[in-house]
Ligand binder design. Structure first.
Ligand SMILES: Nc1ncnc2c1ncn2[C@@H]1O[C@H](COP(=O)(O)OP(=O)(O)OP(=O)(O)O)[C@@H](O)[C@H]1O
Length: 373
C-alpha cells in the first residue's frame, strides 16, 4: 500500500470576476459574474512509505491546494486520493490520527497558553494514552530542545522556537505521514539546519513519510531524494534530484589561475579533440566550459596540467537553484525525456554557458519541442 496515492486529482475554484470601472462595480452589485480556475489539474503520483518527497513550484502553482486536499481540508473537484489507505475528507477521525501537519504560515498551537498546555490539548484531540504521550514528549523535548520554553505562551516565542514547537505538536501522536508546508519560512540559517537535521533523523528512525513544500531549495537538497515539480496545476517533473541535476545541469566550469600569461590559441590546442570551450577572463585567469555528459573534468585537467603552470584550480557546478529556475521558466521538464542529446544545441554550435540566460532558454525550448510537447 502506498503512503500517498493520488489519481487524476483536480481542484477548481469558483472566483468572482470584477468588472472594470464604476459602471462595472455597480453591475457587479446586482449581478455577480464568476469564473472557474483550475488550481490543480488532473495530477497523479504515488509516494511509498518512508520517502521524503519535495513538492515544489512557483507561487500559485497549486502546492498548498494539493496539501489541503491531501489533509482533508479541501474536497477535490475530481479524482481520487488515498493517504494511509484512507480518503482524507471522508474518514476524518481515523485519518487525522495517522498524519501530522505543519503550515509554516499558520499555527496549530493556542496563542495565549503555555506550549505544554497546547500539547496536552492535542493529546486529547488525538486520543494518545498517557504513557505514549510522556514517552513521545520526552523524546521531542530532548531532540528539539524545548525544555526551557515548554511553559511559555506561544505569543512570547521567537519564530524559530515556535516552529520547533509546531513540529513537536505535529508529531506527538506518532503519525506515519507528515505534511510540511513551508516549514522553514522566515527562519535563520542555523534554525533551518537544526530543523532539517531533526526531520532527517525522524525519517530515519521511524520511517516517517514526509511531503514537503518549500521555496527553499536547500531544504530539498538536504532532505529529498525525489522532487515533484508543479507548474500551473500540472506536474512538470517527478523524479530524483540527482537525475534532475544530471539531465538539466548543463555542465561544469573549470577556472584556472595561471602562473604566467598564456596564449589563448595555445590553451585551446591542448584540448582540441575534446568538446570544451575556453574563454579568458584576463591574461592570468582562464575558464573552460565542460558540457555535461560529453567530456569529464579529469580528462580536461590531464591535458592542461603539465603543459601550463597553474597556481589554483576551481570547479564550478550549476546550482540546483539555477536548474530549477530555468525549468520553471520553460514550464517543462521531462524525467524520461528519451533524447539524450536534446540538451545540445541542435545547430551543433557551442553549448550554452550558465551565465548565458538567453541561450539557456533556447536550450530548454529545444527540449520542449523535441519530445513533442
Ligand atoms: N480558496 C481559494 N479560492 C479561489 N482561488 C484559490 C483558493 N485557493 C487557492 N486559489 C488559487 O489557486 C491557485 C493555486 O494556489 P495555491 O495556494 O495552491 O498555490 P501555491 O503553489 O501553494 O502558491 P504559494 O507558493 O504562493 O503558496 C492560485 O491561482 C490561487 O489564487
Amino acid at each position: 500500500m502506498w503512503a500517498i496515492d493520488v489519481k487524476n486529482l483536480r481542484k477548481d475554484f469558483r472566483v468572482q470576476q470584477n468588472r472594470e470601472g464604476l459602471g462595472g462595480a455597480l453591475r457587479d452589485l446586482f449581478k455577480r459574474e464568476y469564473k472557474s480556475i483550475t488550481a490543480v489539474n488532473e495530477i497523479s503520483f504515488q509516494i511509498p512509505r518512508g520517502e521524503i518527497c519535495g513538492y515544489i513550484g512557483e507561487n500559485g502553482a497549486g502546492k498548498s491546494t494539493t496539501i489541503k486536499m491531501l489533509t482533508g481540508i479541501l474536497v477535490p473537484t475530481a479524482g481520487e486520493i488515498h493517504v494511509n489507505g484512507l480518503v482524507p475528507y471522508k474518514d476524518r477521525e481515523a485519518f487525522v490520527r495517522g498524519i501530522g501537519v505543519v503550515f509554516g504560515q499558520r499555527s496549530q498551537l493556542w496563542w495565549d497558553i503555555g506550549v505544554i498546555e497546547s500539547f496536552r490539548l492535542l493529546k486529547r484531540v488525538y486520543r494518545v494514552d498517557e504513557q505514549d504521550f510522556k514517552k513521545r514528549l520526552d523524546e521531542l523535548v530532548d531532540r528539539l530542545q524545548l525544555a526551557d520554553i515548554l511553559n511559555r505562551p506561544v505569543r512570547k516565542l521567537s519564530l524559530g522556537q515556535r516552529m520547533r514547537c509546531e513540529l513537536a505538536a505535529s508529531l506527538l501522536h506518532n503519525p506515519s505521514i507528515l505534511f510540511l508546508d513551508e516549514p522553514t519560512i522566515g527562519l535563520d540559517v542555523m534554525v533551518k539546519a537544526e530543523i532539517r537535521d531533526f526531520l532527517k533523523s525522524m525519517n530515519q528512525r521511524y520511517e516517517t513519510t514526509i511531503l514537503l513544500t518549500t521555496h527553499d531549495l536547500q531544504d530539498i537538497e538536504a532532505l529529498c531524494s525525489r522532487v515533484i515539480m508543479l507548474d500551473d496545476g500540472n506536474i512538470i517533473y517527478d523524479g530524483g534530484l540527482e537525475e534532475l541535476k544530471a539531465r538539466w545541469g548543463r555542465g561544469k566550469e573549470i577556472v584556472l589561475q595561471l602562473t604566467r600569461p598564456a596564449e589563448p590559441d595555445f590553451l585551446s590546442r591542448l584540448t582540441a579533440d575534446l568538446n570544451v570551450e575556453w574563454s579568458m577572463e584576463n591574461d592570468l585567469v582562464a575558464h573552460i566550459w565542460v558540457p555535461f555528459g560529453q567530456t569529464n573534468v579529469s580528462e580536461v585537467l590531464a591535458r592542461v596540467v603539465g603543459s601550463v603552470e597553474i597556481d589554483d584550480i576551481r570547479i564550478i557546478e550549476t546550482q540546483t537553484d539555477d536548474i530549477i529556475r530555468e525549468i520553471y521558466k520553460a514550464g517543462h521538464a521531462s524525467a524520461d525525456c528519451s533524447e539524450p542529446d536534446a540538451r545540445n544545441d541542435p545547430s551543433g554550435a557551442a553549448p550554452a554557458q550558465p551565465e548565458d540566460k538567453a541561450a539557456g532558454e533556447k536550450d530548454l525550448a529545444a527540449v520542449k519541442g523535441s519530445d513533442g510537447s
